[in-house]
Design a protein around this ligand. Structure first.
Ligand code: FPP
Length: 232
């Protein structure tokens, strides 16, 4: 079966902010700032193309080992993003959802996230999933612990519904920018049959044409889910 024209769910590893800044002799924070602009552009482009769900890797569990100043810059950007964009996202019918282990995030950021998720929970025209303090292995372990505590039967279905992404379809397409070709602990369970597209473009430079190129590659793939292909 060839892939349907437009993926329903796209996941993005937004990589290369630091290199984008270094290439211009700018502080890393400027790279992240431009990364936020790229996110706004990309969400708009994704919605215009009829993609229903966008999941972004904004801060990994491993990112806690970055210098404190950079962590605080990223937290500040998150505050800025939610405060500045929430009203418009809500007006446009976008549901915001946050996944990850949020206990380590600053209290005010947790509150902003909870309020944003609550405000937009019934929106139906699209979903933006922001992975924050997220690690795929940690997600899998907490799902296993949850099911064990409940004494629940462990099946693929019960396991999937114990993950942060319960009720969301798996990503059809995962894009990673900046030339790196690994998953870095992102959506380990959910990407079992996802198509991967890697681009050299650094995240702050990512534009509609890069999205179209990735969707184009996706459309040329044959998604077999382990079955025989059309040429067999
Ligand atoms: C990877 O680039 C990017 C991140 C660790 C952070 C991603 C954050 C943003 C795009 C900011 C906007 C997000 C929100 C939700 C407001 P890197 O720093 O690892 O780049 P490098 O590999 O070139 O150093």
């Amino acid at each position: 079966m060839t892939a349907p024209r437009i993926p329903r769910h796209i996941a993005i590893i937004m990589d290369g902010n630091g290199r984008w800044a270094a290439a211009r002799g700018l502080p890393r924070a400027m790279g992240h700032r431009q990364g936020m602009e790229a996110l706004k552009r990309t969400l708009k482009a994704v919605r215009e193309r009829g993609v229903e769900i966008l999941t972004i890797y904004a801060f990994s569990a491993e990112n806690w080992s970055r210098p404190e100043a950079e962590i605080s810059d990223l937290m500040e950007l998150l505050r800025l993003y939610i405060r500045a964009e929430l009203a418009e996202l809500h007006r446009d019918g976008v549901r915001l959802r946050f996944i990850g282990d949020h206990a380590r995030l600053p209290q005010d950021v947790q509150k902003l996230m909870q309020d944003a998720a609550e405000l937009t929970r019934d929106n139906v025209t699209g979903t933006l999933v922001i992975a924050l303090s997220y690690g795929g292995r940690q997600e899998i372990v907490q799902a296993a612990q949850k099911l064990a505590t409940q004494g629940a039967e462990i099946t693929e279905e019960s396991f999937a519904s114990a993950l942060y992404t319960a009720d969301l379809p798996d990503p059809d397409l995962l894009i990673r920018t900046s030339g790196e070709m690994r998953l870095s602990n992102f959506l380990l369970w959910q990407t079992a049959y996802t198509e991967f597209v890697f681009t050299e473009t650094l995240w702050p430079d990512f534009a509609a044409k890069d999205l179209d190129a990735a969707i184009n590659k996706y459309q040329q793939r044959e998604r077999r889910y382990g079955k025989l292909g059309q040429l067999a």
